[in-house]
Design a protein around this ligand. Structure first.
Ligand code: ATP
Ligand code: LTN
Length: 348
């Protein structure tokens, strides 16, 4: 029998990396699109590394005290959702300098044309592109560094990050080609589940986002049960009952969004939800969704609040995670310096 063809990728051990910005409080979108998936991955027998990407957050000005608070709160959300610091590495980006160092190398690999096509930059900069930070433009190259400093092979994210992961692949391929090496893996985006793109509760065509000016547009992981129920009751919908097939939701983005949220929270497919609620009015469906959301989110919120009582313990976990992250990333970035031709002389 013929030997199976060995692709170069086969030489990279599987490793998962992902990050969340402490640019505000986490939302239901972050939970369903990212956090919940991170916890599932932790139990699949692959090394998992998760990061509060504080250096990404400052691409838009952050109040320093709030940034610290949001970083701890994000870490508390990871822990409350089920990330176990003994089984996963959990840390904040700025404590491991390898990210910034590799980010610079990648700024010299990525092309202006590639960066100019990033839709998240265009969305965030809007008409203000002359006046946003250079960091906001370079951001996806730092994201590639976050991932490749660990030679991570799989990156669980929401749908909105797909383009950034394609750029990460392009950077890895160009680095390997430019230096004639097979050093970096070409990462696989892991975009799975019923809610890879949770939409705003006010506008079914816009992503639910922690930086949206309207608090009514999102469910925050810190919202109490009443607030969650109220926001769902007031969520924009249309006057039609739920259809009996997913096809019937095609031109109904707000209804589709609520069905997807229900499915992801319940651990069902959207098809199953439609089967159960075919013909139901929102007057019936919304309270059922609110009950489900409260049942799933309340324990996480309570645990986050408990953890936030002891910020020193959160910092200790982040520090320990950083030491473990550093131990993986340092030798990789040192090898990159060797590959590109930087002298690193012994200090005497
Ligand atoms: P910002 O509003 O500051 O851009 P964000 O809410 O988009 O923040 P990020 O920190 O940029 O959140 O994203 C963290 C993770 O959550 C990423 O994997 C991202 O894809 C995922 N995510 C963010 N928003 C959503 C959403 N609405 N639906 C599904 N996944 C999401
Ligand atoms: N760009 C992402 C956050 C992020 C990330 C990462 C995600 C920064 N570095 C590395 C996965 C892997 C965002 O805005 N959601």
């Amino acid at each position: 029998m013929a030997e199976p063809v060995q692709t170069p990728q086969a030489s990279f051990a599987p490793r998962i990396f992902s990050g969340i910005q402490p640019s505000g409080g986490l939302t239901l979108g972050n939970y369903l699109g990212a956090l919940k998936r991170f916890v599932e991955k932790q139990d699949e027998g692959i090394e998992t590394i998760y990061c509060m990407v504080d250096m990404h957050a400052i691409t838009v000005w952050q109040d320093p005290a709030k940034l610290r608070q949001q970083t701890r709160e994000g870490a508390a959300a990871f822990l409350a959702a089920g990330i176990d610091p003994a089984r996963s590495i959990l840390f904040n980006q700025s404590q491991v300098s390898a990210h910034a160092e590799l980010g610079w190398i990648f700024n010299c690999i990525a092309r202006m044309g590639w960066m100019s096509r990033m839709t998240q930059f265009k969305d965030k900069a809007g008409k203000n592109s002359e006046n946003v930070s250079l960091g906001l433009f370079a951001y996806p190259s730092l994201m590639a560094a976050d991932i490749l400093a660990y030679k991570a092979t799989h990156v669980p994210v929401g749908e909105d990050q797909k383009q950034h992961l394609e750029l990460t692949r392009d950077i890895a391929i160009k680095f390997n080609n430019d230096y004639g090496v097979n050093f970096f893996p070409v990462v696989e985006p892991v975009i799975e589940g019923a809610a890879t793109r949770v939409m705003s509760l006010r506008d079914g065509t816009k992503k639910m986002s922690k930086s949206d000016p309207s608090d009514q547009s999102r469910i925050n992981l810190t919202d109490d049960a009443d607030t969650i129920a109220k926001k769902i009751r007031k969520a924009k919908t249309d006057p039609e009952p739920l259809p009996d097939s997913l096809d019937g939701l095609k031109d109904r983005p707000e209804a589709r969004n609520l069905v997807n949220i229900y499915a992801a929270l319940a651990g069902h497919t959207a098809e199953q939800v439609i089967r159960d609620y075919a013909g139901a009015q929102f007057g019936t469906f919304k309270p059922a969704l609110a009950d489900l959301a409260v049942a799933k989110l309340e324990p996480i919120t309570l645990e986050m609040n408990r953890l936030m009582q002891d910020p020193a313990e959160i910092d200790r976990i982040l520090g320990q995670g950083a030491a473990r992250a550093e131990a993986i990333a340092r030798p990789i970035v040192d090898q990159v310096y060797d590959i590109v031709g930087m002298i690193r002389a012994p200090r005497t």
